[in-house]
Design a protein around this ligand. Sequence first.
Ligand code: B1M
Length: 231
Amino acid sequence: MSEELDITELETSELLEIMHDCLYDGMAEDVVAGVKELLRRSMSPYDTLTQGLVAGMDIVGADFRDGILFVPEVLMAAKAMKAGMAILRPLLAETGAPTIGTMVIGTVKGDIHDIGKNLVTMMMEGAGFKVVDLGINNDADKFIQAVREHQTDILGMSALLTTTMPYMKVVIQALKEAGLRDKVIVLVGGAPVNAAFAEAIQADAYCRDASVAVQTAKKLVAEKRNQVMVG
Ligand code: B1M
């Protein structure tokens, strides 16, 4: 943003557009200033996230796909997005809701994309789940170990590459071999993943986005608890 521009004077729609430009240009400090200004205007943390940050990242994604942006620029944009998300994370988690379940989540082996996974983590925490985030590039052993270590209700896996999504099946197979498959709900997500793929690898559900992940997790955990009570 230019030095002279007073963002408090802008219409919210103009501010959002400028934030998308700043995200595109990897201007983390300006993205942070925009996030703070939207919150000051009483925009909810969720709307700030989706309208201010995710919408901007969609533009970055399209231009990366079309060869207009390259990896270094996209990394700068991702850093700016993370800076904005750092402000929103505690606000989204600040529900005071009791823990309704525990989720272990990670990006699968060979894949370093974590923005979407981090959004899912934030939204799940905001909905009252305890989330153990394993980060990126996780092999099956790491997932299995974490599922064992924590009282895990849900295992969430993220993959953004067509070359890494098949690894989700490897993890599910490893869960079966460890005798853990029936104990955890497996949710999968990420841009190349879809419901047919989730079914084919015998995951419990595909989650299109972070809010679907929350809804699905709540529903399946409630069903699991009911089964335990009836059984
Ligand atoms: Co990458 N990249 N990238 N990249 N990158 C994609 C995925 C790509 C589609 C871009 C393109 O060509 N259009 C393409 C994949 C093509 C394919 O496989 N078909 C691609 C490529 C090719 C690559 C490299 C191979 C590039 C290269 O080096 N030549 C390389 C691979 C590195 C690796 O992983 N081994 C690479 C690298 C990178 C960066 C490091 C530069 C950076 C990642 C930075 C980071 O994450 N810290 C990056 C980025 C940023 C992208 C794009 C532009 C944006 C991804 C993103 O963050 N989206 C992406 C293009 C795109 O997706 N449009 C692209 C925003 C995020 C909010 O959405 O992650 O989809 P998303 O998450 C959503 C849902 O999918 C869902 O909820 C989220 C929130 O609503 N969800 C889940 C995701 N995970 C979930 C887990 C769940 C539930 C829901 O569990 C329950």
